[in-house]
Design a binder for this molecule. Sequence first.
Ligand SMILES: Cc1ncc(COP(=O)(O)O)c(C=O)c1O
Length: 417
Amino acid sequence: MQTVDPTAANSVHRNGHTPKEDSSLSPLTEAVHAGEARFRSHNSLTVPIVQTSTYTFDNTAELIDYVENHMFWDVPEREEYGRYGNPTVRAAEAKIAALDKAEDAVMVSSGMAAITNTMLILLSAGDHFIITEDCYRRTRAFCRTFLTRFGIECTTVRPGDYDAIEAAIQPNTRLIFSESPTNPFLRCLDYARLADIAQRHKVKTAVDTTFGTPMNVRPIEYGIDLVIHSVTKYLGGHNDLLAGCVVGNYSITTALRQAQGVMGAVVDPHCGYLILRGLKTLGLRMRQHNASGMAVARFLEDHPKVRRVWYPGLESHPDYEVAARTMQGFGGVISFEIDGDGPAASRFIDACRIPRIGPSLGGVESLIEQPSIISYYDTDPEVRLALGISDELVRLSLGIEETDDLIADLAQALESA
Ligand SMILES: Cc1ncc(COP(=O)(O)O)c(C=O)c1O
């Protein structure tokens, strides 16, 4: 845990975080304390919300010293302007960096901003990159409709096909971007294998581990360069904020901070505080998500009205072996097919009393959806079916409700399928 107060004036810190310090501590302890100083402004136990858009200088000499010695993307000893940094947000960044065992983390305004900013700083016109097929559909849309306009070429490969990934590498390939676990089929990456391929070809790797969280997966320990989170999901954890985070070495995060100062997708201080507050219970929440996930997945797998279940903790999942080796828990998202048609899946969903119908995942409230309706309603059915998104597919994001209550509710709702 770091010992500098990022909210105190004139504290010298690099994002308030000392990497790999106290690595013997459990992630549950780190989630509560890491990134925060032992002594804070006004002796507050919690990190104060520094609700300001700008920061003042006592006199012109102080301003000149700042301008001469600290560019805005530099490690600030003090803040200058809200788009370049905020102490409350820095504490949240430091906590996530500590949890991911990384040097640094940069917070941005949404998961999509984390993904788009990362691609924009790592890729230039004429570059090529590789993305795995079942990445979040908006990520794929960005690659397809935006990056191509700037002459950045993308090859899509099937997740789990490492030979195809290596074969797709060209002399101008700069990045391999993937997700793990993926949505909705929870495919899991062998991080060490991906990192080995990328390092041999001098290509950077970035993995979106929104569905995993640092409690369950820490790809940087396996040699992955960058980790991306939609903080909106498990890290925030309460379905009440939007944010994203990019985690990695200073060499890349410094460039990202520089880009952030120009592109401007910042998190406001109050949101920074909500993230910090959410992170404190991340360990506890993930224990419950993991426990319910495993129990509900087994319940569904044994149920006669369920045709197939995707959950990486089940032996039947295609990536069970990789997941069992690399994950501390398998999370709270389960995808399954009702043994019937689309309307049967809708009847089941409508009969659920605890999970609410809605997009998103990772919060304390359970959410349920039919991907064919909520995400792929306008997509050509042939394209959707080729991706495996059948009408009867259901995605369930378990909250932190009592496991037995959730199972009882699903059991009664399945009667309607
Ligand atoms: C895996 C994954 N990455 C990124 C995002 C985008 O995150 P946000 O909604 O915070 O922009 C999502 C959103 O659902 C997601 O599921």
